[in-house]
Design a protein around this ligand. Structure first.
Ligand SMILES: Cc1ncc(COP(=O)(O)O)c(C=O)c1O
Length: 376
């Protein structure tokens, strides 16, 4: 099945007992046994696994072409559990610009646990390879497109570098969901998503995904840590996630088309210094984006506001828009705008004149008109 069919049909779900075409919500935390004391089904206790969660995991694994997928209570809990597999003396390599919440967590953990941390500039050719080769690398962490500058990292090239070093390649593909990028097929060992974003798409749950190419030792540890810490996604959120996933293809297509139209319209606007969007032919890695984002470049773009070194105009624009809510997060049906430097605080490396837009599925004419007015 193609991804859109898989999703719309919720992995060909049909309840054999009732004929229901929609997966049920099971809220039970515990699961019964037979007279022989065998478990009746596949589940024992909901901190480890539960039917609705497993249903969502099977769907995500099929979508990612993964050996297995696990769901977590947030993207950051997926990040945290994955980092639990690193110990003293391990070396983690990551981009200088990436989702700041994960990077802040890397730094804290590296300090406390004696993990060596090395960063590379994703905009410089060869920097990733040099950083990986500079020491015995345990894990290479990439994000593509990179939040919030939307640089594109070549996943195939990163996989080659990781393999040569014997490192695990982790791809945070939150911004490029599997309808457009299948990171495992491009060579990643583990793909991560904040399911809070595109996968669910309705800004009404927090969730995270890890999906693996192989059921290896690291994956066994990830399973164990999730079970022991209870960071599994709640059943109702898994049910909402299945419902959200069923329209992922359509939502992503519309958000991508809207963002592409906005990027084209505003890239040469006099109030805009630059438009950062992988779908623009002028984007420095547009060719890589074309190769690894098969069904569109997504709804995320940033505008650098002209003549605005302190970001005052950018903040004013953010709060003058009518159809873009000034709020954090991304990947929902509604358009959002955010002044990242303010949100990230004094240590942010994000330019002060950068406004990040998460383009939703509204009528693009309304969004363009609103932006025209606010920029004017
Ligand atoms: C690229 C990326 N990865 C991970 C996360 C963390 O996800 P969550 O907010 O669901 O914990 C985010 C959140 O914004 C993100 O943008």
């Amino acid at each position: 099945m193609k991804p859109d069919t898989l999703l719309a049909r919720a992995n060909d779900f049909l309840d054999e007992r009732t004929g229901a075409v929609v997966p049920p919500l099971h809220t039970s935390t515990t699961f019964g046994r037979t007279a022989d004391y065998e478990l009746i089904g596949d589940h024992e206790y909901a901190r480890d696994s539960a039917p609705t969660v497993s249903g969502a995991e099977t769907l995500v694994a099929a979508l990612e072409d993964a050996a297995e997928a696990l769901l977590f209570s947030s993207g950051m809990s997926a990040v945290t559990v994955l980092l639990e597999t690193l110990g003293t003396g391990d070396r983690l390599v990551a981009p200088t610009v990436m989702y700041h919440g994960a990077q802040d967590w890397f730094r804290r953990l590296a300090d406390r646990r004696g993990i060596e941390l090395a960063f590379f500039d994703a905009t410089v050719d060869g920097a990733l390879e040099a950083a990986v080769a500079a020491g015995p690398t345990t894990m290479l962490w990439i994000e593509s497109p990179v939040n919030p500058t939307w640089d594109v990292i070549d996943i195939g090239a990163a996989a080659t570098a990781a393999r040569a070093a014997g490192a695990t390649l982790v791809v945070d593909s939150t911004v490029a969901p599997p309808v457009t990028t299948r990171a495992l097929s491009l060579g990643a060992d583990i793909v991560l998503h904040s399911a809070t974003k595109y996968l669910n798409g309705h800004s009404d749950l927090t969730g995270g995904v890890l999906a693996t190419r192989e059921l290896d030792e690291r994956w066994e540890e990830i399973r164990l840590v999730r079970k022991s810490t209870g960071t599994i996604l709640a059943p109702f959120d898994a049910w909402l996630l299945i419902r959200g996933l069923r329209t992922l293809g359509l939502r992503f297509e519309r958000a991508s088309a809207n963002a592409a139209a906005i990027a084209e319209r505003f890239c040469d606007h006099p109030a805009v210094e630059a438009c950062l969007y992988p779908g623009l032919p002028t984007h420095p890695r547009h060719d890589v984006a074309r190769r690894q984002m098969r069904a569109g470049f997504g709804g995320m773009l940033s505008l650098l506001i002209a003549n605005d070194p302190e970001g005052e105009r950018a903040r004013c624009i953010a709060t003058s828009l009518c159809h873009f809510t000034p709020a954090t997060s991304l990947g929902g049906v509604e358009s959002l705008v955010e002044h990242r430097a303010t949100v990230e605080g004094p240590h942010s490396v994000v330019p002060k004149n950068l406004l990040r837009f998460s383009i939703g599925i509204e009528a693009v004419e309304d969004l363009i008109e609103d932006l025209e007015r606010a920029l004017a």
